[in-house]
Design a protein. Sequence first.
Length: 310
Amino acid sequence: MTTFTDAQIPALTGRTIVVTGANSGIGRAATGMLAAKGAHVVLAVRDLAKGRAAAATMTGDIDVQQLDLADLASVRAFAERSTEPIDVLINNAGLMIPPLGRTADGFELQFGTNHLGHFALTNLLLPRIRGRVVTVSSTGHRTGTIDFDDLNWQRRRYRAFPAYAQSKLANLLFTLELQHRLTEAGSPVIATAAHPGLAATNLLGHLENGQSPLRWLQTNFLGHLAQSEEAGALPVVYAAVADVPGGSYAGPSGFLESRGAPKLVGRSGAARDSALARRLWTVSEELTGVTFPLAAASGEHRSGPPGHGR
């Protein structure tokens, strides 16, 4: 099997790719790779100034648009502005272990941003998506559980990492059920997922020096072991453009999936639980007011991921 590198990214001229959270980290690195291959890339970012600053460092056809995944009104406004066909949607934006916070709609910040915001965005954009949806998860999903009695951490003492793990498990359950629904609808669109392994990004940038042992760990330990943002972005790009099946999950091929060239990887038993995925989907529809928009066997979408057959 040929190792997937940026040299294996196909020509993407004429393709439109939307990347959430693309002003930094994995999203910025993925955007740079995709734009360099000719794609029209939309940076969907919360902070327009930071998005424009990131775009200025890249070469290619790049558009910056405002999107706050922690505000469903912003998600709806972005979807209403997005009237052109989209070949790939990359649900990349995410928060990792911040202090307890709430979204504009009252959801726990990590669950609301990492899962519910992307759930709503994907379903609102789906009538215009013609290739695939890629959702970025984490190896942290393996410790995650979905607590339907307290999804928003209102009854329990808040613990940031379990809340993060819940949101990352939700990302994979979303991908599982989305692929099931796309297949049942007869749509050629596919849903995939990816994780970057251990990558040197600013995901823990909200922690001040000395505020948390995790900040010390990132500075003094993880920084020496982590791969670059570009290497961490490769599994995401692989899931977006390579010839992989619907429902697949990509990650690094090295030790404990922490680094290395991308390949298809496994996931926890909970992340493969179709009943759990259906239940989460139903609850997510109730919480967001957004539902799956495709009629069965509509066949209206054009097939094929960019540059490859299915």
